[in-house]
Ligand binder design. Structure first.
Ligand SMILES: [Zn+2]
Length: 148
């Protein structure tokens, strides 16, 4: 096992070459959070899949979801493994549960006040395009109702 600190690397934000998650990124550009939903059994799907894991229907649809949820889990990182976070460490990564999408959970960075984060804190998603970036990213902020 190496004891060296890993170097930061560029993270390839944006659609994968196979096109599977292209609608997600198109949604980001349009200012919407879009998740997959099966057109047959209506189950929500995340991360993107070619086939519904529940009823095996191909090509799940994409639907816009309100970017509002609660913190299901979180972690504070003190080293920026990716360059996007170089000036943000320490930063908090949250796993956000979306009640508007069958409680599917999505990962993101918590911005704004990230002190005293607790499981269950209400959060709101913000789609942000960094200077020089091609693809916007969904980041989270605690909303009213979160304790200080
Ligand atoms: Zn299905």
């Amino acid at each position: 096992m190496s004891t060296e600190t890993p170097t930061m690397r560029e993270f390839p934000w944006g659609p994968a070459a196979d096109g599977l998650d292209q609608p997600y990124w198109d949604g980001m550009l349009a200012g919407e959070l879009r998740l997959q939903r099966c057109g047959n059994c209506r189950v929500w799907i995340w991360g993107p899949q070619w086939i519904c894991g529940q009823c095996h229907t191909f090509d799940p649809e994409w639907e816009a979801v309100e970017a509002v949820g609660t913190v299901y889990s979180w972690a504070r990182s003190h080293y920026p493994f990716i360059t996007e976070l170089a000036d943000r460490a320490p930063y908090v990564t949250v796993l956000v549960e979306l009640p508007g999408a069958g409680n599917r959970r999505v990962l993101g960075i918590l911005t704004g006040d990230d002190t005293n984060v607790r499981i269950g804190d209400p959060v709101v998603g913000h789609i942000e395009l960094d200077e020089g970036a091609t693809w916007p990213l969904l980041r989270w902020r605690r909303s009213e109702g979160a304790h200080a």
